[in-house]
Structures are given as C-alpha cells and as structure tokens.
Design a binder for this molecule. Structure first.
Ligand code: DGJ
Length: 747
C-alpha cells in the first residue's frame, strides 16, 4: 500500500538585506520578507531572522564571521512533526508542535502549557543593562552593545524580551530573557533556558566538566549523537558533579586549532544543559535553570529574569575559547578590586591543624607562616561557638562568636597580635584572614534552638543531615538580614583582611522547587551587600573545594578554592579542567604536606609548589612545625619565586600546551599582554626511558623577537619562532613528579 503523504512544511528562505541599519556591533536589517538581525564583529557573527508567516524567531548562524545573513534551509522538509518541529528556532516554546525540548515552558491558570510567542519589535540599548538581582557581565558602550527582541503571546498575555549582548573584543555573545505576566492570573514558569539555538546538521563533540568532591572538573568529550544528551545540577548549587559550562567543537578541533564554541551559565544554583540532535541532524543547545528546581510563580504585573549565558566562539581551538572566557571574565564579569592584583601568599590552618588549636597555637602558626615568607595567615574552621564550641563538625555552625575557650579576649586582640608579626625579609606585617560558612547551621547550635524554622525543611519529612548540618533558607529575608548582620559583627570586631566563604552541602527537603532559585537570589543579595560594603576585603569562595566554582560567584569574589584535593598530581588535572572556562587567576591552590591527606601520595615539594604556583592565589596548607629542615629552607625561595611570577599568572594569556590526561609531560604557559614576557610550567609525571618527551612547543610569543629563557639555574636565548615551531627539549631527571618553571623575557 502506498504510504500516506506526510505533512509538509515549507521552510522559508531568509532574504538578503535591502537596507541596513547599524548600531555598534548589532545590525538590524530590513528585508523584504521580515527583519533579520546580525550581531557581528570581525571574528564572529550571530544571526537570526523573523519568519514573516509565523512571526517566530529562526536561528541562522552562531560562529565565525559571516558577511551577510545566511539563507536558511531552502527546501521542503517532509515529515510528521508539528509545524514548528522543522524550524531552527531561537526561543522554542511549548505546545505548538515543536517536539524537541523547549527553552520556555509556562503553565497557565487553567493548567495548560501552550505558549505562542510572536515577534513584535526590537530596540537597541547602549552598553548592557544589568539583570535585576542576578550577577552578569557588564561593560560600557565601547565594550558591548545589546539588542532586545520583544515577543508577545496574545492568547496568554505574556511578553518575553530576549537580550543579546555582543562583546566584540572577546568574541562573545551573552543571552538572557525576561518574561512578564500581563494577564490577570498567576502563571508558573516551569522551565527557563537562557540560551537556546538550533544548530545545523554538523559533526560535533560535546565537552563538559564532571566530577565529585576532590575530583572536580574532569574533562568529558564525546560525540553529539541522536537524541538528548545533557547534564545538570539538582543539588541546589552549581556543584562539583557538573559545572555549568559546555563546549561544542568539531571532532578535529584541538587545543590550538579548529572551531570551538563555549557556553557558560552565570549562576550558582541548580542548572540544566540539554543538547538534542533531532532527525534532521539539527542540534538544539539549551543552557539555563534546572526545571526540577524552578516552578516559579509569577503574579500579574511581575517579571521573571533568567540568568545569562555567555557564549564565546573561537577558530583557535579550545585554547582560544578559554582565553576569550578568561579575558572577558576578568575584565567584564569580576568586579573585585583584586582581579588584576597579585595575591598574597598565604598559610591556611585547615589541613595543618583542623579543629585542634587555641589562640597561642594559632599565633605560633602565624609566626611560622610569616617566617616562611607568607604575607597572609588564614584561620580556617573551628574558631567560633560558645555553648556549642566548634571543636568538630557536629557543633556550632550558626553561632558566629569566637569560642571563649580558644580566644578568651575575643577576635580583635587575637587578630591584632597576628597582625603585629613581621614577614620574613621585609618590614611588612602579616595579614589576617578568617573562614566562615554562614549559609549553614548545625542542629547543635544556639541559632538552631532559637530558629528551627530557618533551615530548609519540608513538613514532617526528615531533616536529612549532611556533614551534620542543615542549610539555612537564604531565600527568607530574615535569614539574609541575619547573615549580613553576623558578618558585619565579625568584621567590626576585628580588622579581617580576607574571608574564605565556605558552603559544605547541597539542598534537600525544600518546601518548594522554586526555593532553590529564591535561595540564589537571596544569596546574591547578601553577597552583593557585603562585597559592596567591604571592597577592600579579599573574598574567596569555597564549597567543599570547588563545588561552587562558577561565574555567578566570580562576579563578586575574585577567587575560589579549586578543590580539597591538594595532591600535586590529581590537582594538575583539576586545575587544567577548571581552566576551560575559568581564568587561573581565579583559582586558589595550596601546597600541602606529604603523604597527601586525600590520596596518600608522596610527591616532591618542588612539584607541589609548581602546581600551586599556576594559580592566582598560592598558599601553604600545612603545619610548618612538622616539616623537614630542607623543606623549611626551600619554602622561602619557592614563595619568593612564586611572587615573582604571580603578576603574569594573574594578567597573562593562558595556553594549555600538553594535557595531564593525555601526556606524561603536561605543560602550560602564561604570556603577558604584548608578549614581552611569559612563564612556562612543565611537569613529568613518571620517569620514562622511552618514548622521549615531545619537544615543548611554546605558544603566544612574538615569532620575530628574541627571548631569554631561564629556569633560575640556566639561561639561554632563542627566537620566538624557534620556541614555537621547533620547541624546546627539557632535560628531565630520571625521577617521578618533576617540574620546571621557566621564565621567558623579550631581549
Ligand atoms: C571544606 C573546605 O573545602 C576546606 O578547605 C575547609 O575549609 C573545611 N571545609 C573546613 O570545614
């Protein structure tokens, strides 16, 4: 029997411009069939148009520069999908026959979930409007231009405004949207993917970062196949399980060649990344809030704002993509005054003494730190609690007053004593830093006894403990006020110069799915308040290591603790993975004792120190009184050298030369703006007789310049072209866990 003729859809061709109008890097082009939009710079283009029949937005191109709008598929697609299934959509809604995962899913008062957003107009905003209550990239008119597309669902009286901002210098486009309920009944936003495009049928690989505690940001690369592939955090925070980042690249794309597009969600809560390859081969890319943690009720007259996704495109491989993210995030995401400043080498008390200390042993630790050349001493967990003294993890969270048994005179006199300690070989005094975890409460605390309802909980469900603690519901205004006021009390009681803000568990037993997003808005309010009031404090984020290493918090805090895993070898992998979206300048990395507390591995001090020196914030995480004399002698030299190279680690362009999960000789380098100087880190994991290491090919130098290369014991000169094209053979000792730090200076 003859097959029944399938439903046929004509996919309209996007016409070419008849007349154009340009504002900064946003082009609006009036065309015969309907408007078409192009956000372009010399390297990138983002293009879409309005389907004149349906007034739906059709995605045309996101990638390398294209001079004019790209014609959409120009033929007829036969099939049984609904009419919107065979279109490459820009803002896919639900219920009108697009059978792929939608970007927006709204439930209306009668329970239906059909939306019908149609184009009504656009405007162009100078610079970049901020997103109410949420962290976002920012910039002046010279840095960024914003196109706002207006859509309306006339049946439901809901409007949507899509924000597209192009940062031409960084090959980046940021997207977010706002939905306003103009009707007379509540609506519920069930799903909100800030980024959504339908890419053409191309060979693609998906790259993302997965992991766990002490195993953060492992790189996962796999082909994009038919069906759905994705990952998410349902932990209430961005999490160590998956980072809110992905990249799509051609299978041939390497670190330095080929197309790569990165997507990074500026948010610290639950998120979802959904990649769907449809029968046409088209690939839908969605990144935004996790629908399991949304169900956001929007009353009449109110607006819901999505967080933004920043996407960068590079034709210089994954390395080029990372460098764009790094410079964009340092220049236009981070708002800390420390972003471009060298960071003080610190000693953190955690792995050295855990909870086992008092005032005099802390002062001794600070003296030892200063004696080694550290300029910041950090008192980690264990300093607070009166009725429930924080002598172990079961007690005291929530009671942010100094433990009188440990600090009989309070924090102020203790901090003053620390700040009187002179740093080795200088007249400077050591600075003081403090650990806090203000979003949490132990049931064994005065705070919990007083406010048992302040923690996230649901009716008679068990209040499940993790690390013996519960999560305060930071979505509640009274909890936000409490956190701000206890933090202010701490900061008023002592001249603290650095804060490590920890967060050691995920959220469960939430009163409603939207509690997670309300929490994030509350947390951003708290942090915005405190960092605005105390810009001179160096803030470091932490969440059991790197469980909240995300762009949302990097907006407020210039650095984050990368992992609790301080083993040099494992740490290399974690740091390289983290560097896909995040600049090494934002990573905190410490040298700890051996055998390593997490893995038991023994590696040489020089190796651990070289690994930690690759990060913006270098530190020690050990008790110096347990060190061997040769380690005590070596550390001041190590710290002095680390301080010499720190400015270029903070400001330089980062090149991953060889990857730790692929090579026995991983290496990376930082190159200063203008390529006048560079620093290269090279490692040998295992001593190996054969094969020999590949020559180390430098990147980012001026090929015509002569450079002086030195490891501190030898010095030679080569031209940039030789270093980049022939490469250098390093003379590796026959020993495991070896390292070189080379400085490279233009002659
Ligand atoms: C988890 C952090 O990742 C550690 O560095 C340390 O601060 C502990 N919490 C303290 O409880």
């Amino acid at each position: 029997m003859k097959a029944q003729k399938a439903f046929t859809t004509n996919v309209l061709r996007c016409s070419f411009p008849l007349l154009g109008l340009c504002h900064g890097n946003v082009n609006w082009i009036a065309v015969g069939d309907g408007p078409s939009f192009s956000l372009s710079s010399s390297n990138i283009s983002y293009q879409f148009h309005v389907d004149p029949m349906t007034l739906d937005l059709i995605h045309d191109h996101w990638g390398a520069y294209a001079a004019e709008p790209v014609p959409d598929f120009n033929g007829v697609i036969s099939g049984w999908g609904g009419p919107y299934t065979y279109r490459r959509r820009e803002f896919p809604d639900l219920g009108r026959g697009d059978f792929r995962v939608p970007a927006i899913h709204i439930q209306h008062v009668d329970g239906d979930t059909v939306s019908a957003f149609s184009y009504t107009g656009y405007n162009i905003a100078p610079g970049k409007p901020s997103i109410p209550g949420l962290p976002a990239t920012y910039g002046s008119e010279d840095d960024v231009s914003t196109l706002i597309i207006h859509l309306y669902d006339t049946v439901s009286d809901v409007s949507a405004d899509l924000y597209y901002s192009i940062f031409p210098r960084y090959n980046a486009v940021a997207r977010s949207f706002r939905v306003t309920n103009n009707g007379s009944h509540n609506i519920t936003v069930m799903r909100a993917s800030s980024w959504s495009i339908d890419m053409p049928n191309e060979e693609l690989e998906l790259i993302d970062l997965y992991g766990d505690w002490a195993a953060e940001n492992r790189v996962n690369r796999r082909p994009v196949v038919y069906g759905e592939q994705g990952f998410r955090s349902s932990a209430g925070y961005s999490s160590q399980f998956h980072n809110p980042f992905l990249a799509l690249a051609h299978p041939s794309t390497t670190e330095s060649h080929g197309p790569a597009t990165g997507y990074s969600l500026v948010y610290s809560g639950s998120f979802s990344a959904d990649i769907e390859r449809w029968s046409t081969g088209w690939v839908r890319v969605l990144l935004g809030l996790n629908p399991l943690h949304l169900s956001w009720i929007l009353p009449p007259g109110e607006t819901f704002s999505s967080p933004e996704v920043v996407s960068v495109h590079s034709e210089q491989g994954l390395g080029g993509m990372s460098r764009s993210f790094h410079s964009l995030y340092r220049n236009h995401l981070s708002r800390s005054e420390y972003t471009f400043k060298p960071r003080p080498p610190l000693l953190n008390s955690w792995e050295g003494v855990h909870f086992d200390f008092d005032q005099s042993s802390m002062i001794k630790l600070a003296q030892d730190a200063a004696g080694l050349g550290c300029t910041l001493f950090v008192n980690d967990d264990g300093w607070f609690g009166t009725n429930y003294p924080r002598d172990n993890a079961t007690l005291g969270l929530g009671d942010w007053t100094p433990n009188p048994a440990k600090f009989p005179d309070g924090l102020g006199p203790f901090v003053n004593q620390v700040q009187n300690i002179v740093v080795r070989n200088s007249s400077a005094r050591i600075q003081f830093g403090l650990w806090v975890e203000p979003e949490m409460v132990n049931p064994q605390s005065d705070l919990y006894k007083e406010h048992p309802d302040w923690c996230l909980h649901m009716g008679r469900h068990n209040r499940t403990l993790q690390r013996d603690q519960l999560v305060l519901n930071v979505g509640l205004p009274e909890v936000q006020d409490y956190i701000i006021s206890v933090m202010e009390e701490i900061l008023n009681s002592a001249p603290v110069q650095y804060i490590k803000w920890d967060n050691n568990r995920g959220m469960h037993e939430m009163p409603s799915p939207s509690g997670s997003h309300a929490y994030m808005l509350g947390l951003y309010n708290v942090i915005d308040n405190l960092t605005t009031a105390h810009p001179d404090i160096l803030w470091e984020g932490c969440a059991s290591g790197g469980a909240r290493f995300d762009p949302g918090l990097l907006h407020y805090w210039p650095q984050s603790w990368t992992s609790d895993n301080t083993d040099g070898l494992e740490r290399l992998q974690i740091q390289f993975g983290t560097s896909y979206p995040y600049p090494p300048s934002s990573m905190g990395c410490h040298v700890s004792a051996i055998p390593n507390h997490q893995t038991g591995r023994i590696t040489p001090l020089a190796f651990r120190a070289a690994v930690a020196s690759m990060c913006g914030s270098f530190g020690l995480e050990l008790d110096p009184s347990t060190l061997q004399q040769e380690e005590i002698d070596a550390l001041p030299v190590i710290i002095a050298r680390q301080q010499q190279i720190n400015p270029i680690v903070i400001n330089g362009d980062f090149y991953r030369l060889a990857l730790p999960d692929k090579s026995n000789w991983p290496a990376a380098m930082f190159v200063s703006p203008g390529a006048d100087s560079a620093v290269l880190f090279a490692f040998q994991i295992r001593s190996s007789l054969k094969p020999l290491p590949a020559p180390l090919k430098f990147q980012g130098l001026d090929p015509n310049a002569k450079y002086r290369v030195s490891d501190g014991t030898w010095e030679r000169s080569w031209s940039g072209s030789t270093l980049m094209n022939t490469g250098l053979g390093l003379d590796w000792p026959h020993s495991d866990y070896q390292s070189f730090i080379l400085t490279i200076d233009r002659e």
